[in-house]
Ligand binder design. Structure first.
Ligand code: XUL
Ligand code: CO
Length: 436
């Protein structure tokens, strides 16, 4: 039984190909900087958008045609979706997938029933993983959709809701371990607030840290060795999300002694909502050894919310890959397409076009980034730009061996600082264009 009978397995045909159902740049076995494209990117398909997205928006219901899905919340329907998901990943040669517990298995009438549903689906997922070789990049618990989470989960004012969320994460950790998941993600969901008049921020942050410590402890207890990741996002659904950007997450993790246990899962559209570029977020996390994984997508400058579009812009993907290569590559992480087709792209085949485009854009971005690095244009410029620091004075300051008084004495002797050199931004932007 095939759910995508009109699509064969997607092949690499090279840049000259005009076949929209072929890769033009993603050549899984091609080696770049000593590693195959497959291993650089570790592409992953998300269950929530690709299998569960309906195309609904605040103005109207879903439009997506998904002939295999009867629209019900039944286990049978959920089991069928598992087959669809793996056929899709296989035809796309995506080596990984990612899910929320409630994407894959229906919420039951009680926690016990939800656990049982999840177990049943996990069994099917495990069988399909064994059958296809497709692996789980990460699992996560949906702690934001159900009305019980209206005030948040780990930061809820209602202790019972905290307990419920804890139970859900415990179960999701067990299932993620059972499926060999390589990471476990916490995205903030409703961990944040709308208004400080009714909020005890300090207590909420303390609770969030407690929650993460419990997860770390439980992972140790059951022998789950996947990497914990936090996914920053500054707003949506709450006005102030606690995990607003890479810097805020790292500060929180450091303040609560969680830093050794976590890295970050950075998402392009979240970076831009935070007023940063993805490149900034990647570099910020990278230089602190906290670059874990990426949720690959793009926003829309004209819209300004989390539109979760597939990335097709080579500048963006080249910038992502420049930073990923600079910081030593994705280890347990991957390029996870947390992206959805537009409401108007309602046919199953649009899911293929979307992912093929994203994979090709990242493959092209990788090649551009590697070419820039091979020529050393940016590295050499940056090295030269800071070269005054390589002298005696700079080295003394960097080593912590200078005081304000030393520097005053030095500058009194010189009278004026040495002249500055041009930043040459426009020249460098032109040089980057030579590689596009
Ligand atoms: C929400 C978002 C989530 C996380 C997983 O904006 O990105 O889908 O990736 O919870
Ligand atoms: Co995401």
């Amino acid at each position: 039984m095939s759910y995508f009978p009109e699509v064969n397995s997607i092949q690499y045909e090279g840049p000259q190909s005009r076949n929209p159902l072929a890769f033009r740049w993603y050549n899984a076995d091609e080696v770049v900087e000593g590693k195959t494209m497959r291993d650089h990117m570790r592409f992953s398909v998300v269950y929530w958008h690709t299998l569960r997205g309906t195309g609904g928006d605040p103005f109207g219901p879903g439009t997506a045609l998904r002939p295999w899905d009867d629209g019900s919340n039944s286990l049978d329907n959920a089991l069928k979706r598992v087959e669809v998901a793996f056929e899709f990943c296989q035809k796309l040669s995506a080596p990984y997938y990612a899910f929320h517990d409630r994407d894959v298995a229906p919420e039951g009438a009680s926690l016990a029933e939800s656990h049982a549903n999840f177990d049943r689906i996990a069994k099917a997922l495990k069988e399909q993983q064994a059958h296809t070789g497709i692996k789980l990049l990460w699992g996560t618990a949906n702690l934001f959709s159900h009305p019980r989470f209206m005030h948040g989960a780990a930061t809820s004012c209602n202790v019972d809701v905290f307990a419920y969320a804890a139970a859900q994460v415990k179960k999701c950790l067990e299932v993620t371990k059972e499926l060999g998941g390589e990471n476990y993600v916490f995205w903030g969901g409703r961990e944040g607030y709308q208004n400080l008049y009714n909020t005890n921020m300090q207590r909420e942050l303390d609770h969030l840290a407690r929650f993460f410590h419990m997860a770390v402890d439980y992972a140790k207890q059951i022998g789950f060795h996947g990497q914990f990741l936090i996914e920053p996002k500054p707003k949506e659904p709450t006005k102030h999300q606690y995990d607003s950007d890479a810097a805020a997450c790292l500060n929180f993790l450091r303040a609560y002694d969680l830093l050794p246990h976590f890295k970050l899962n950075l998402e392009t559209n979240h970076a831009t909502l935070a007023g940063h570029t993805m490149m900034h977020e990647l570099d910020y996390a990278g230089h602190q050894g906290a670059l874990g994984s990426i949720d690959a997508n793009t926003g829309d400058l004209l819209l300004g919310w989390d539109t979760d579009q597939f990335p097709t812009d080579y500048y963006l993907t080249a910038q992502c890959m420049l930073m990923i290569l600079k910081h030593g590559g994705l280890k347990t992480g991957g390029v996870n397409f947390d992206a959805k087709v537009r409401r108007e792209s309602f046919e199953p085949i649009d899911l293929f076009h979307a992912h093929i485009g994203g994979m090709d854009a990242f493959a092209r971005g990788l090649k551009i980034a590697a070419a820039i690095r091979a020529d050393g244009v940016l590295d050499n410029f940056v090295k030269q730009r800071y070269s005054s620091w390589d002298g005696d004075l700079g080295q003394k300051i960097e080593a912590g061996k200078s005081s304000l008084a030393d520097l005053e004495a030095y500058m009194l002797g010189r009278g004026e600082a040495a002249p500055n050199a041009s930043g040459r931004q426009e020249m460098l932007e032109n040089i980057i264009n030579m590689y596009m």
